[in-house]
Design a protein around this ligand. Structure first.
Ligand SMILES: Nc1ncnc2c1ncn2[C@@H]1O[C@H](COP(=O)(O)OP(=O)(O)OP(=O)(O)O)[C@@H](O)[C@H]1O
Ligand SMILES: [Mg+2]
Length: 372
């Protein structure tokens, strides 16, 4: 469950005082964007992310191998790019290779290159990723999915710092910094015989764990700001979220982490252009309460009641049924209060500043149950 402090920091877009707090976050953004920290600096000011920033800053200037561990979408590649851009190799290439996506029979030539005629179809010689990354950083993404036979070859290169192209006998010396990443638990893979222990120790000289979004939910408003800016710079309309919508998003577990958040922001920018995103506009799974309808945004439909926070209410051009409108708001807020208090009616009543008996009466009137 969300702590009160967190919820209040997430809902910091309303009053004047809160606007000031938002501006302060914006100022920190600038600091984070400074050339020293780089354009790939992961966004957020939570304690968990501060630790990630600290580790990045500590290791960046050394050639030490880094192993980045974390769930899918937590920003592993971003961390790798940030380390590279803060290192002395910054003006040399950063070369990513997705070890999980390349078939086992192709990965060797992908990494080390091949000579002409090395295999059927090798009509010219070709550079591998090690060669492309010379002087820079090679990012071995999804290393946990690498085939065992390839792990042996990689280990040899990491130990001897030399490799041969497929079909060639000339030894090439390499000067690359290795950063690897995986969403898998490598210790379990080792126990299952799917990952070499010696390679693990060679790669994980300096491990960095990227925390899941649900464990650093304080970062949500800042991430949303950043992702909305990023979507806007790609030509999408700029989205803004109401306080209840932000509060609701902060209760969602985010299994797809920041990637999922980024997709949601982009999707809402398209479906609700120039809108304040309020609870009913969120897809149902992102609603902490029992909100099951995606309603059209106010700009595209002036009809029907628009449920939103008071500061954003606009009277539609053709008016509205005020009684009906207020009933809808009342019902939604009651459901939300019950959702936030795990259905404890007395606590929900306190949240709504009303007597418990009054809330029970309203719940009966609207046929709302404590547990959905
Ligand atoms: N802290 C962050 N600040 C800003 N953007 C972030 C942050 N974390 C992740 N992102 C964004 O989320 C998306 C996913 O990040 P990234 O590709 O680095 O994650 P990943 O851990 O490598 O994911 P996967 O395991 O699926 O490959 C990217 O668009 C990235 O820019
Ligand atoms: Mg990745």
């Amino acid at each position: 469950m969300q702590s009160k402090d967190t919820t209040s920091s997430i809902c910091s877009a309303g009053s004047n005082q809160e606007t000031v707090r938002y501006k302060e976050v914006g100022a920190q953004h600038l600091d984070q964007n400074s050339p020293k920290k780089g354009r790939y600096r992961p966004r957020g000011h939570s304690r968990q992310l501060a630790m990630v920033h600290r580790l990045i800053d500590q290791v960046a200037s050394y050639d030490t191998s880094v192993l980045i561990l974390g769930e899918s979408g937590t920003g592993k590649e971003l961390v790798a790019r940030n380390i590279h851009e803060l290192s002395s190799r910054a003006n040399k290439p950063f070369v990513p290779v997705n070890c999980g996506a390349i078939p086992a029979e192709l990965i060797e030539s992908e990494l080390f290159g091949h000579e002409k005629g090395a295999f059927t179809g090798a009509i010219t010689s070709r550079k591998g990723r090690f060669e492309m990354a010379e002087g820079g950083t090679l990012f071995l993404d999804e290393i946990g999915d690498m085939d065992l036979s390839m792990q042996v070859k990689l280990l040899r290169v990491l130990q001897e710092r030399t490799y041969e192209r497929v079909g060639g006998n000339e030894s090439h010396r390499c000067n690359v910094r290795i950063i690897a990443a995986t969403h898998r638990n490598l210790e379990k893979r080792i126990a299952a015989g799917a990952f070499r222990e010696d390679l693990y120790y060679r790669l994980s000289v300096f491990p960095i764990e990227t925390p899941p979004l649900r464990d650093r939910i304080d970062d949500l408003p800042e991430l949303i700001e950043h992702l909305a800016d990023r979507a806007a710079s790609k030509g999408h309309p700029r989205v803004r979220f109401s306080r209840p919508a932000l509060a609701s998003l902060s209760h969602y577990p985010w299994p797809g982490n920041v990637r999922e958040l980024s997709n949601l922001v982009e999707r809402l920018a398209i479906t609700h252009p120039r809108c304040q995103i309020d609870l009913p506009a969120l897809p149902p799974k992102y609603c902490a309460g029992d909100f099951d309808a995606e309603v059209p945004c106010p700009d595209t439909s002036a009809h029907g009641a628009i449920v939103t926070s008071p500061e954003f209410v606009d009277l539609p051009a053709d008016g509205l049924d005020l009684k009906d409108y207020l009933r809808t708001i009342e019902q939604r807020l009651i459901k939300q209060a019950l959702g936030e208090t795990d259905g404890v009616v007395a606590r929900a009543a306190r949240l709504l500043h009303m007597r418990r008996t009054t809330l029970v009466e309203k719940m009966r009137k609207y046929d709302v149950r404590a547990h959905a």
